[in-house]
Unconditional design. Structure first.
Lengths: 277, 273
């Protein structure tokens, strides 16, 4: 049974990873075909970087991911703070359910609904809405928001209410309490929300597909356009680079997250010990 | 204690953003679904949807088959993972999450690199003097793409609910005379129901709404709901019909998610990020 289960796991994980590994391996294949592996080379990577549209797309993707994740983190962290302090249960439930809509809805519906919003908005006189950077930024911030709130809100719930009460008693204003007591405690949640948002934005294709124009292309959109007609090995190189980037980000997220958690656990243990004494 | 101004105002930017960019867009979907190109109120978009009956049926069928296969493959995987040493479990969870973080577009494309006519599989077969197989462009390829892309979304929630179970349940079941299969059906499955249900939702929803999987792996031969919506919006420029199809799909999904959640435990399905 043990052996069988190991074989089974190996097979399924093999199936999950085989295509990605093939793609990465063959992105280094000079011959640019699957028929022969002529030699290991960075030829297709060089080819990729000679393509200025690819570099533009990379720049656009990074700018968009950074901006949308930062905006979503700012709005979302404040929102999580506000939601955690709400007294009215119904208002709270209403807000969290609406927040979760972009997570529950299929991406294509979110994308289409955004497109319709922008189409309708351009009917308003004196307001020109053109698909491009701004529409992309709004869309990406919107689908990042629920993930930020999802990672920050539990931190507020875990937090001991007495800590902020103590800060207020000792003369902090609510604003100072937020900055000096609450923010440091929720920081791990904020950072993982930020990174999650950054990754989601970098990865998104479906929603961007509906709110973009040819002036402002991100990497996934560029890959989609390039792969519409023929197979290009420089696209394999690009995909391989994106896989590496995600791998790096994921290692970072887990490293940061688990490190902080361990610290918290240690701190809690110390506090408990002190209380017992 | 009175709430301070900060506490009251903190959520306001988010609420404004939500109303403008979540609620309003959905209202526009409804608005466009019930108007014609000139902006007049009409039911014809919704009534004409019967033309798309085959597409809806095929999409539901493909997504259903993919979900069932994901469940059949994914449940044992989640079960085996939950029985590993805790440190090994952590590694496998990471291995499972990595593909979820890689863009679906890239993963679909990498699957295409493997299966395409000039892809690795056929190159290998030719090298071995075997006849090439044509996989891309068949219904099987589309379902395979869905299974491949969305399998981790099935495994992770099931694993989460299984790993919370005390191993003593299984020991007790064995002590009381259950064999492996009985333990699975009488103990593990009922206790991990919430995970199974969120897994099913998380595979079914993206499967039924996908368009690039069917475009890439179906060789453009299969029109699913997603393809139809995409075409109405970006090629035919018929926003009203597109909105009507989106609306109906959204309502179908909401109903099926609500039905699924009724079968779930009181804690509901956990969403895995």
């Amino acid at each position: 049974m043990k052996v069988l289960s190991k074989i089974y796991m190996f097979l399924i994980f093999g199936m999950l990873y085989a295509p990605i590994i093939v793609l990465v391996l063959f992105s280094f294949n000079r011959s640019g075909s699957f028929n022969e592996y002529s030699e290991f080379s960075f030829y297709w990577y060089k080819e990729l970087f000679r393509d200025s549209t690819a570099l533009d797309a990379l720049k656009n993707s990074l700018i968009l991911a950074a901006l949308s994740s930062v905006i979503a983190t700012l709005i979302g962290t404040l929102a999580a703070y506000g939601i955690s302090r709400m007294k009215n249960r119904y208002v709270k439930t209403a807000i969290t359910s609406v927040t979760n809509i972009p997570m529950m809805n299929p991406d294509i519906v979110t994308g289409v609904s955004m497109m319709l919003l922008f189409a309708a908005a351009s009917a308003i006189p004196f307001l020109t809405v053109e698909m491009g950077f701004w529409t992309m930024l709004i869309a990406h911030t919107t689908f990042n928001l629920p993930y930020v709130i999802l990672s920050v809100l539990p931190k507020f719930k875990q937090m001991d209410k007495h800590l902020s009460e103590a800060a207020l008693d000792l003369g902090c204003t609510p604003g100072m309490t937020f900055l000096k007591v609450e923010l440091p405690f929720i920081m791990p949640g904020v950072i993982s929300g930020l990174m999650l948002g950054f990754t989601l934005s970098l990865d998104d294709f479906v929603i961007s597909h509906f709110v973009s124009s040819s002036d402002f292309k991100t990497l996934p959109l560029y890959v989609y356009n390039q792969t519409a007609h023929e197979v290009k090995f420089s696209m394999y190189a690009l995909c391989a680079l994106m896989v590496f980037a995600i791998l790096l980000l994921m290692i970072l997220v887990n490293f940061v997250g688990s490190g902080k958690n361990d610290n918290n656990k240690k701190k809690k243990r110390q506090i408990k010990r002190r209380q017992m004494n | 204690m009175k709430r301070s101004f900060l506490e009251k105002a903190a959520a306001v930017p988010h609420i404004v953003w939500m109303i403008m960019f979540i609620v309003a867009p959905l209202l526009f979907v409804i608005y466009f679904a019930f108007t014609d190109a000139a902006g007049k109120f009409t039911f014809s978009n919704i009534l004409n949807l019967s033309n798309y009956g085959d597409i809806f049926l095929m999409s539901v069928l493909f997504a259903f088959i993919a979900t069932v296969i994901c469940l059949l493959i994914g449940y044992p995987l989640a079960f085996f993972m939950s029985r590993l040493k805790p440190s090994t479990q952590k590694v496998f969870v990471l291995l499972l999450m990595l593909p979820m973080w890689i863009s679906l577009l890239i993963r679909t494309y990498s699957l295409l690199a493997l299966l395409d006519n000039g892809g690795l599989l056929n190159s290998l077969l030719t090298a071995l003097n075997l006849p090439a197989v044509k996989i891309v462009g068949t219904p099987g390829a589309v379902v395979l793409g869905m299974v491949y892309d969305f399998l981790p979304y099935m495994v992770l929630p099931i694993y989460t609910s299984l790993s919370k179970l005390d191993i003593k349940y299984f020991e007790a079941a064995e002590d009381l005379g259950c064999n492996g299969i009985q333990t699975l059906f009488k103990v593990a499955l009922p206790l991990s129901r919430s995970g199974v249900i969120s897994g099913i939702t998380m595979v079914f929803v993206p499967s039924i709404s996908t368009f690039y999987i069917s475009q890439k792996l179906g060789g453009g031969r299969f029109d699913l709901i997603g393809d139809t919506i995409e075409r109405q919006f970006l090629m035919n420029n018929n926003k009203n019909v597109g909105a009507a199809i989106s609306l109906v799909m959204m309502i179908l999904i909401l109903i099926s998610v609500a039905v699924m959640n009724r079968f779930g435990d009181d804690d509901g399905g956990e969403l895995i990020v």
